[in-house]
Design a protein around this ligand. Structure first.
Ligand code: FES
Length: 161
C-alpha cells in the first residue's frame, strides 16, 4: 500500500474511500464486482485513480478491472449528478410526447442526454419503459416518479430539487 501512496503522493485525489472499501473486502476472494459497487457507492462513480488503486491492491490487472467497470451498465466512469433524471422513451411514453418532455428537460437543464450539470446536481438519462405506461409520459428523479407530464410542468418539478 505504501508504494501506491508514494506513487500518488502528488495526486490530490482522495484515496480514503477506496482504501476503506478494500479494508472491508480484505481476504474476500473473487469480490471484484462487489468492490467496484462499493467504490461507486462511495464516490458516486468509478474514478480512474480508484480503479488503479483497486488493481494494485487486489493484484488484478488493470485491464481486467477496467474491463469489468466498462462491461456492466451499472458502473459509471464519469461523475454523475446527485439527482438522476430518467426520461422514459418507451413506446407508450413516446406516443404521448416523451420526446417533447425530453426536449423540455434538455432546455431547462441545458444538458444533453447522458450529460451532468457542472454543479453535479443533475444527470439526464434516457431509459426504455419503466413500467408505469398508464402514467405516460413518465420521468423518474432518483426514486420519485412523475407521470402524465406536460412540458409546462417540467420547470416546476426540476426547480423543486
Ligand atoms: S413506456 Fe414509459 S413507462 Fe412504459
Amino acid at each position: 500500500m505504501k508504494e501506491v501512496l508514494r506513487c500518488y503522493a502528488e495526486d490530490p485525489f482522495d484515496y480514503k474511500p477506496v482504501e476503506e472499501v478494500l479494508v472491508k473486502f480484505q481476504g474476500v476472494k473473487g469480490a471484484l464486482i462487489p468492490i467496484l459497487q462499493a467504490v461507486q457507492e462511495a464516490y458516486g462513480y468509478l474514478p480512474r485513480q480508484a480503479l488503479e488503486y483497486v488493481s494494485v491492491k487486489q493484484k488484478v490487472p488493470f485491464s481486467r478491472v477496467f474491463g469489468v467497470a466498462t462491461f456492466y451498465a451499472q458502473f459509471h466512469l464519469e461523475p454523475r449528478g446527485r439527482y438522476i433524471i430518467r426520461v422514459c422513451q418507451g413506446t407508450a411514453c413516446h406516443v404521448r410526447g416523451g420526446a417533447k418532455i425530453m426536449q423540455a428537460l434538455k432546455d431547462e437543464l441545458n444538458l444533453e442526454v447522458g450529460g451532468t450539470s457542472e454543479d453535479l446536481k443533475f444527470t439526464l438519462e434516457s431509459v426504455a419503459c419503466i413500467g408505469a405506461c398508464g402514467l405516460a409520459p413518465v420521468i423518474m428523479i432518483n426514486n420519485d416518479t412523475y407521470g402524465r407530464l406536460t412540458t409546462e410542468k417540467i420547470a416546476e418539478i426540476v426547480r423543486a430539487y
